[in-house]
Design a protein around this ligand. Structure first.
Ligand SMILES: [Zn+2]
Length: 426
């Protein structure tokens, strides 16, 4: 049996194609890409863009330990709903993924329950305590795709230097959550005009920028690669731009909420506007957009962080940090970046496919004959309203409920299997 994806506009940044093409899928792989192809079954993608399945370098699936918020199974369904076929899971679960046994458990759960491809990262230090390094060589052998203590930074520069050296020696990229928590311990939002008005403890931009600068300098000393997670400030973008110009092997990501919302959104006291790092100001959004357009920011990741309604339904200061993002990411990229002309649709697809895949050398993010049939079909012009009740995620914590957006996923195919499909697809 062959499946044809026909009449669509194919965008594959890895091969530079942006043109009308049909795809023929056989088994789990792409058999052919060309014109006037037909399968024994066909998906009519007229009016749609056909692209590599999206790749997200930053998701929290909460398994093991917090399965009421999300599991690998429900998280993978949310990913498929959002057009993603490859995601990198963070290791700040309970227990944290800091040894081979826990990592093996996650890999087994992913094989048994996930409908898309799960690439687990593992902790860089034991218990994510920032003191003792994990057995990275062993974690790599078991299947870790990267190492990170995401959720917090490694406060000791001495430990960080050793982590970067050892990770590089093991062929693992370190994913850096940049935050100097010694500067402020109780911040809940961006430090600025709004935090002053609201009387809330702030998180200054310097908390992030100090560690972006430090971590890049330590990576340069170690001769190691480093990937900076969730960049939110104008100066962080500037620091990274200058480091790249000096030839330092640094890459970085930002998340859709950081180019969509400012900390004005916190004035609603909606705890779904609370995340770490926090929403910043318009000047930061402008710099992030510039960084996405000029290549300083390499990719877009969601930082999908599910929390139960009851946990978020508390006073702002008590609520946990984080929002879900897999099911709104593509639409926010199209609505906030492509339609206003900040970037082209081709660059948007690159930021969500080949660019993140290249950072961790994932076998994903491109469309080629003989390659994996991981494909998303989406209508860039379709308008819809975000309704958290329609999410496949177990959690509903989004600040975008009720927001009108453009760009709807019509079908997601992973390893040749249809893992998501809308009703109105031919
Ligand atoms: Zn983080």
């Amino acid at each position: 049996m062959t499946i044809g994806i026909i009449n669509g506009h194919l965008i594959d940044p890895a091969s530079g194609i942006s043109a009308r093409r049909d795809i023929l899928i056989k088994g789990g792989t792409i058999a052919r890409i060309g014109e006037s192809l037909r399968g024994s079954e066909n998906i009519d993608a007229a009016g749609c863009i056909v692209a590599p399945g999206l790749v997200d370098l930053h998701v929290h699936f909460r398994e093991p330990g917090n399965e009421s918020k999300e599991t690998i199974a429900t998280g993978s369904c949310a990913a498929a709903h959002g057009g993603f076929t490859s995601v990198v899971t963070m290791p700040n679960t309970n227990p944290p993924i800091d040894d081979a046994g826990t990592l093996e458990l996650v890999i087994r759960r992913a094989q048994e329950t996930a409908c898309i491809k799960i690439w687990p990262s593992a902790c860089a230090t034991k218990e994510r305590a920032g003191k003792e390094m994990t057995e990275m060589a062993e974690l790599k052998a078991v299947g870790a795709i990267a190492v990170t203590d995401d959720g917090s930074d490694i406060s000791s520069s001495w430990v960080m230097r050793r982590v970067l050296e050892y990770a590089d020696m093991c062929g693992l990229t370190f994913l850096a959550h940049c935050e100097d928590s010694s500067l402020v311990s109780d911040g809940v939002m961006n430090e600025g005009f709004n935090s002053t008005c609201l009387g809330m403890p702030g998180m200054p931009r310097a908390m992030e920028e100090i560690m972006v600068e430090r971590n890049i300098r330590l990576a340069a000393m170690a001769g190691a690669r480093i990937h900076i997670q969730h960049v939110t400030t104008a100066d962080s973008v500037d620091i990274i731009r200058r480091a790249k110009a000096r030839g330092i092997r640094v890459t970085c990501e930002t998340a859709p909420h950081y180019f969509t919302l400012t900390d004005d959104a916190v004035r609603s006291f909606d705890t779904n506007t609370k995340m770490n790092p926090p929403l910043r100001e318009q000047s930061d959004i402008d710099a992030i957009k510039e960084g996405l357009a000029d290549g300083t920011i390499d990719c877009i990741a969601t930082d999908h962080a599910p929390h139960a309604f009851t946990e978020k339904d508390v006073e702002f200061q008590l609520a946990p940090f984080g929002i879900v993002g897999l099911e709104t990411a593509l639409a926010l990229v199209i609505s906030e970046l492509v339609r206003p002309g900040v970037i082209t649709i081709e660059r948007a697809v690159e930021l969500l496919t080949s660019a993140p895949a290249n950072i961790l050398a994932l076998p994903a993010g491109s469309l080629r004959e003989g390659g994996p049939a991981d494909i998303v079909v989406f209508d860039p012009a379709a308008e819809w309203v975000v309704d958290p009740e329609e999410f496949a995620s177990k959690s509903r914590n989004t600040p975008f409920a009720g927001r009108k957006v453009f760009g709807a996923v019509r079908a997601t195919i992973c390893a040749g299997k249809m893992v998501y499909k809308t009703k109105n697809l031919g």
